[in-house]
Design a protein around this ligand. Structure first.
Ligand code: ATP
Length: 394
């Protein structure tokens, strides 16, 4: 049996009237047991568990549901869809047809927070329940929102120097970790709440949200350029523009300083990322400078881009001399078993499949502190050969 998509009046009825009124793009999805079994048999979905909770997640798009959709008995958490990039400000003019909200693009990892039974979970982009974010969920938001609205899905970014997935942090979170709400969905329904409704709900439950930079006319590129310039000067990542219209179109635009910081951070694992990662970012940086009408190019030409590559590589050469190029991570947990689960899970998460080594797991003042390293094998191998004097034919 295929998935059936239908407006579900019973479910709608539990929803506040103002949401019903403003939520035209939502559509309810009902999945049966046999749908889920069929998806697993077709290798579109995979059975997973978190503790005793069994669920399945979509590895690929399936029957109109996005990759990363997670489902279990009575629970459907749609995947978070991809957001297109406007590569120049001209793209804003051509892609947006109505005024749009300007939200900050916070640099971290994407999570969906939701309730299943009496428990709260956090899923990452691929639909895996994240042991770290789930463990720390009560530190990130007030769980009362799920008592009032158990069907809500809070979509947001987690960032900070103490996360298991990203090295570095957003300037918005200098210590520990933080959560920033940027979208709301409802279980079993694809589509987002309108921005104003989401902001109202965030205010009433005191939920931390992405910084908001107003509403602009897409033809007013001067205003947008000013916002982006300011964010760039503060080394922030960029903006996500969300059209204030029923089609709820959205697109991202990233600052030059974010391109530089990505280059510097990924140069730490220079040969362990595809070369296009760097070539694309250098191009995007050049386009950004055009957009900003940046008069002083000298600084970027001579110092910034060179520094992003060469300073990180110098540090890697020093690391290879000592032995290995690794990424170092430190995260705090309430429950020791969640730290152990995270180590098991890392191997399954895209981009984190490499060799992970436990450094320590210990109780420090009531929190379980996990320290681990990820080995950057190709970068280590190349640099150790070069430093050891080997001959290379290229
Ligand atoms: P994509 O989501 O387009 O697949 P990606 O996974 O490479 O791309 P990014 O390039 O970082 O991710 O851009 C999109 C992501 O930005 C979203 O998935 C979300 O996690 C994050 N994000 C940060 N701030 C916002 C915001 N205000 N609105 C929507 N997404 C945001």
């Amino acid at each position: 049996m295929g998935s059936r998509v239908r407006p579900d009046s019973l479910v709608w009825a539990r929803f506040p009237a103002w949401l019903e009124r403003h939520y035209p793009q939502g559509r309810a999805t009902v999945l049966s047991e046999s749908d889920i079994r069929a998806a697993i048999a077709a290798k579109k979905a995979k059975q997973e568990s978190f503790g005793h909770w069994q669920y399945a997640r979509l590895l690929h798009e399936w029957q109109g549901l996005p990759r990363g959709t997670l489902f279990a008995d009575g629970v459907v958490v749609p995947g978070y869809p991809k957001i297109g990039r406007v590569q120049t400000l001209t793209g804003v003019l051509s892609q947006f047809h109505a005024p749009c909200w300007v939200e900050e693009k916070v640099d971290g990892y994407n999570v969906r927070l939701f309730r299943a039974g009496d428990a709260l979970y956090a899923a990452t982009r691929g639909g895996l329940v994240c042991p770290f974010t789930t463990d720390r969920l009560p530190d990130l938001i007030d769980p009362a929102v799920f008592s009032a609205h158990p069907e809500l899905i809070l979509c947001g970014e987690v960032t900070g120097p103490e996360t298991p997935y990203i090295e570095g942090t957003s300037p918005l979170v200098p210590q520990g970790i933080g959560f920033f709400l940027f979208d709301l969905m409802r279980q079993g329904v694809e589509g987002f709440f309108p921005v104003e409704e989401r902001r109202a709900l965030a205010r009433s439950f005191g939920l931390p949200a992405v910084p908001f930079h107003g509403r602009i006319d897409p033809k007013d590129l001067g205003r947008l350029r000013e916002i982006v310039r300011r964010l760039d000067a503060q080394e922030r990542e960029g903006v996500v523009l969300k059209e204030d219209s029923p089609r709820n179109f959205r697109a991202k635009y990233v600052t030059g300083s974010a391109e530089l910081s990505d280059i510097a951070s990924m140069t730490q694992r220079y040969l362990d990322v595809p070369p296009e990662y760097f070539t694309e970012r250098v191009l995007r940086l050049a386009l950004f400078l055009e957009d900003m009408e940046e008069p002083d190019r000298e600084e970027w030409w001579h110092r910034q881009l060179g520094k992003a590559f060469l300073s990180a590589l110098r540090e890697r050469i020093a690391a290879a001399r000592q032995g290995r190029c690794v990424g170092s991570f430190c995260c705090r947990f309430h429950a020791q078993e969640n730290a152990v689960r995270l180590l098991d899970h890392l191997g399954q998460i895209r981009g984190h499949e490499g060799e992970t080594r436990l450094v320590s797991l210990q109780d420090e003042g009531g929190a379980w502190v996990l320290r681990f390293e990820k080995l950057y094998r190709s970068t280590t191998g190349f640099l150790r050969n070069a430093l050891g004097g080997s001959l290379r034919f290229d």
